[in-house]
Design a protein around this ligand. Sequence first.
Ligand SMILES: O=C(O)Cc1cc(O)ccc1O
Ligand SMILES: [Fe+2]
Length: 454
Amino acid sequence: MRDTVSEPLPEGMTGAPSLSGGYAPGFGNDFETEALPGALPRGMNSPQRCAYGLYAEQLSGTPFTAPRGQNERTWCYRIRPSVKHMGRMSRIDLPYWKSAPHVDPEVTSLGQYRWDPVPHAGEALTWLTGMRTMTTAGDVNTQVGMAAHVYLVTEGMGDTYFYSADSELLVVPQEGRLRFATELGVIDLAPQEVAVIPRGMVYRVDLLEGPARGFVCENYGQKFDLPDRGPIGANCLANPRDFLAPVACFEDRDCEARMVVKWCGAFHESRIDHSPLDVIAWHGNYAPVKYDLKTFSPVGAILFDHPDPSIFTVLTAPSGVPGTANIDFVLFRDRWNVAEGTFRPPWYHKNVMSELMGNIHGVYDAKPQGFVPGGMSLHNMMLPHGPDEDAFRAASLADLAPSKLEDTMAFMFETRFPQHLTRFAAEEAPLQDDYVECWAALRKRFDGTPEGDW
Ligand SMILES: O=C(O)Cc1cc(O)ccc1O
Ligand SMILES: [Fe+2]
């Protein structure tokens, strides 16, 4: 890939030649970037002839008529139009990547589930062959719901390129480093960062440091957005400036390449003779982004009680019903615990939404044992859960001086839809058969006295 060519600054001025080392900051911004000077048309989208003999093409991420605040599209100026990046498609099988509706009659999804990290199998796996679906929810055909996956990557995709017509992908690495070489530029991704790859965006995933493992939330529905902050005001939580979109760069490369497309839950391939990453300049607001989770500014209880976990929402994908997300992406990062007279860990609860959690790093306060980095848990719709016996005892008896929860980073994909386990999740992944035992020792403390039996 070529490096970004930055525009010369006007005479007598000095300044940074490029933004943020290959990225431009902002969430949902209208970006413009060109890898060759003058490649981006000025003042119009469709010149009669584009500079450098490029083709102009629009990528629409929302319907043409979406309300202005949600309307997303990007204009690309590319060596060939996308229609040249696809030949006749034929079906291929990626047996571990499932889409909703996928309800296996032999699998029980009703229960509290927890998994150890899915181990690296010792076989060579790419972003496509290493994607392992754990749960699906909703329906990919009607564009509602999601799937939760674990990825195991030991090698790059080589000359295979991919796009998902079904979904945008929220990528949450836990181990290793990946490079997403996309049509609009390059995103390098490490643990404790996340990336959002939009629906329809062509890319290839290279391995920078392996093996790599992480989690993916495949969003079939409306795009992830920043949540409204309500009375919190204009700042904190995830701040728009901390999202980074790549600047334009391109490949002008003839090779025997393969384009793989996910469409209505099925995978297809076709052969082409060049790299499709040929966008030399683009402008618009439909772009991949990355975000450093360590820039998330948590807001919490500063006197008493434990608020709902929605205060830690990084991104929310709306469902059309106000306040009822298709998916909330929620982050439990290191933070201060200061609430007085309060049981500080999460309370016991039953939730109409279903909660899939993953541990990126360290120890999660409600589950000091057994929920390890790389591990996942599922507390499905209306399934009771809460702190294990150790966490309950410790927090009930703790001296409530301010204390810092350190070395902790876990997340939740919370969806309004029940999540159905795949056979892989139920039979092949390292399910902890004894997970429910973590609550076994929660004994009756009611003894008729106001103090209870401690
Ligand atoms: O179940 C969990 O551990 C996630 C969670 C955390 C929290 O602080 C409040 C509610 C909740 O579901
Ligand atoms: Fe919960």
